[in-house]
Design a protein around this ligand. Structure first.
Ligand code: ZN
Length: 241
């Protein structure tokens, strides 16, 4: 009952307090002209960079559009843990603005989000990475396949684990869906029948890359020809020294 009542309650709160009127990071009142619904202070404090992630991973090239510092940390936490899925749309806008004209991203043909386990998604009500990926696909004009990867079992939090422990925890956690559904408005080609797909894999935050590597392995097993990673923000390990 509580789960069913949640969307109606959220809608009523949104009507009373439209989410676009508040900075997505600090919650200060803003007007609708502010890019990405960030107040001036949070926008200026954000370390925006369109950077390339270090090599040495299973995926080919990887890109990020901001560093995971305080304004970004706050807005990502708001999106994930404080029932604010609308933030995903602004993140997608920021990513699309920075990816425009990047040939490695333009050359991909299917946008695929890092999946969340079904039980976790039901509890949270949404997978924020799916929401980012669907908006981003529309903005970039690339086909979108939300169910191309499946997370077969839940994993405990990875943030306290080192790289080897993460690899072990993630082994065989992701699998490629044998029959992903075509998704409007830009139907994704069937990656297993047409020419091998060039995947644009999307995640919200890059930490060690273990999750993206595990997803990439599953996509290659299914016949993908290349995997390019694009994340919204990266921690220190994603910044080339
Ligand atoms: Zn702010």
């Amino acid at each position: 009952m509580i789960e069913r009542a949640k969307p109606a309650l959220s809608a009523a709160i949104d009507l009373l307090y439209p989410p676009a009127l508040y900075c997505i990071s600090c919650g200060n009142l803003i007007d609708r002209s502010r890019p990405y619904a960030l107040c001036d202070r949070c926008r200026h404090e954000t370390d925006w960079r369109f950077g390339e992630l270090p090599s040495g991973h299973e995926f080919g090239k990887g890109f990020y559009c901001a560093v995971y510092t305080s304004p970004v940390k706050r807005l990502v936490r708001n999106m994930k843990y404080h029932d604010k899925p609308h933030i995903a749309e602004y993140i997608a806008e920021a990513m699309a603005d920075r990816a425009a004209g990047e040939p490695d991203i333009a050359a991909t043909d299917i946008v695929v989000p890092v999946p969340m386990h079904a039980v976790k998604k039901r509890l949270r009500g949404y997978n924020q990475t799916e929401l980012i990926a669907s908006h981003l696909a529309k903005l970039l004009g690339i086909a979108y396949a939300p169910d191309m990867l499946i997370k077969t079992r839940p994993t405990e939090t990875l943030s306290t684990k080192n790289r080897d422990e993460r690899l072990l925890a993630l082994s065989d956690v992701f699998t490629a869906n044998p029959a992903p559904a075509p998704y409007p408005p830009v139907p994704a080609p069937n990656p297993y029948q047409d020419s091998p797909a060039k995947i644009l894999l999307i995640d919200d935050v890059f930490t060690t890359g273990s999750t993206a590597d595990a997803c990439t392995r599953a996509l290659f097993r299914a016949g993908a020809s290349s995997v390019t990673l694009f994340v919204f923000a990266t921690g220190a390990m994603g910044i080339k020294s």
